[in-house]
Design a protein around this ligand. Structure first.
Ligand SMILES: [Zn+2]
Length: 363
């Protein structure tokens, strides 16, 4: 993979360490927007296996369009709200992966994040806060204090903690019943190397580290863990030759970690009072990896040799939004919107959503 990426950089004589090149590369936002619109409301035949992840497809593509500052037409917004309404479980009020499926924490997060991406009162009106609160509490693990299962009798890991805490935080339903023991459970998942694992005594992983750090910040309990060591672990994920992040030591580079690791770095810098302007990882190298090695004519992918997909498009763009300056290619303007690293949706929309649900008061 290092050779593949190096060969791509050689085409334009790109030196990601010295910032020299003989031709610049642009982020082809028009084409990536077309790609994202194409996957928003239609499940392509080749993706029927994602039938249980329909709110995710909606969310990823709305978030990509928002990051690229592409307006969402009113008609599309109404269709999204109609689809997500059909994904609400009539018994619990939580969201399912598709109509008539089982309620699940992951599509509940994805649906709420999609509605935040639309930022309309009409969208927020379909959210059953009491139902979602009670569903989250019912997902608390029976034998591991502070953990959550994804669905009834389902798996339990740091993703379910994040989905539960993020949704409860934004919807203003983060009470003691939801938060009991959660921060201690997360702290138990921090390893000697500083990263976080899915469950206690597992291997540190970029995605779980994002979930753990974001959840702790939303719980106002970041002081329970070693944030300096967590930041150091994240910084070690930037690869010297490729410039992008990997998700674990000795794993291949992957563009989605531009968000998972990048957002964790942004959050940990904030917790540790490191000024925003202090550069502790190379923005230029991240831009080079995403723009030169991961762009297809339409959409982005994880690493050279892969096909573009909606997930990697959303997470590489989201990560890039944090690392737009300083520029690798001085001639190329990224102009990506600001993202809230805790929720992974437009910063302004998250602020509006929090205000909206605070005004609704307690459930
Ligand atoms: Zn990936």
């Amino acid at each position: 993979m290092q050779t593949k990426v190096e060969n791509l950089y050689k085409i334009i004589d790109l030196d990601i360490h010295n910032g020299t090149y003989n031709n610049f590369v642009i982020l082809d936002k028009d084409s990536h927007c077309e790609f994202s619109f194409g996957g928003l409301l239609r499940l392509p035949r080749g993706l029927t296996s994602l039938c249980s992840g329909q709110p995710w497809l909606v969310y990823w593509n709305l978030n990509s369009l928002n990051i690229m500052k592409m307006p969402i037409p009113e008609e599309v917004s109404s269709q999204v709200i109609a689809l997500l309404s059909e994904c609400i479980c009539p018994y619990t009020g939580a969201f399912c992966g598709g109509p008539s499926q089982d309620p699940h924490l992951a599509p509940t997060y994805a649906s709420v994040a999609a509605l935040i991406s639309l930022n309309s009162a009409k969208g927020y009106s379909i959210i059953n806060r009491k139902g979602i609160h009670d569903f989250i509490v019912s997902m608390k693990h029976k034998t591991v204090p502070g953990a959550f299962t994804m669905h009834t009798d389902g798996e339990s890991d740091m993703r379910s903690v994040y989905c539960a805490i993020c949704v409860a935080s934004v919807l203003n339903i983060l009470d003691d019943a939801v938060t009991k023991d959660v921060s201690y459970h997360i702290a138990n998942c921090q390893n000697y190397d500083g990263g976080f694992s899915a469950e206690p005594n597992g291997e540190s992983h970029g995605g779980y580290t994002f979930c753990a750090v974001a959840s702790l910040i939303m719980l106002e309990k970041a002081s329970l863990v070693d944030c300096e060591r967590a930041l150091e672990w994240c910084l070690m994920r930037q690869m010297d030759i490729e410039g992008g992040f990997n998700g674990r030591p000795n794993k291949l580079v992957d563009s989605c970690y531009t968000f998972w690791i990048g957002a964790a770095i942004v959050m940990l810098k904030d917790v540790l009072n490191i000024p925003k302007e202090v550069q502790i990882c190379s923005s230029e190298a991240l831009q080079a990896y995403v723009m030169v090695a991961c762009q297809s004519p339409m959409g982005l992918f994880d690493k050279p040799g892969s096909s573009p997909d909606y997930y990697h498009t959303a997470y590489s763009l989201g990560g890039l939004s944090f690392f737009q300056e300083p520029k690798m290619f001085k001639e190329s303007i990224l102009d990506l919107a600001d993202i809230d690293p805790l929720v992974n949706a437009l910063k302004k929309n998250v602020e509006d959503a929090r205000k909206y649900f605070i005004e609704l008061g307690p459930i």
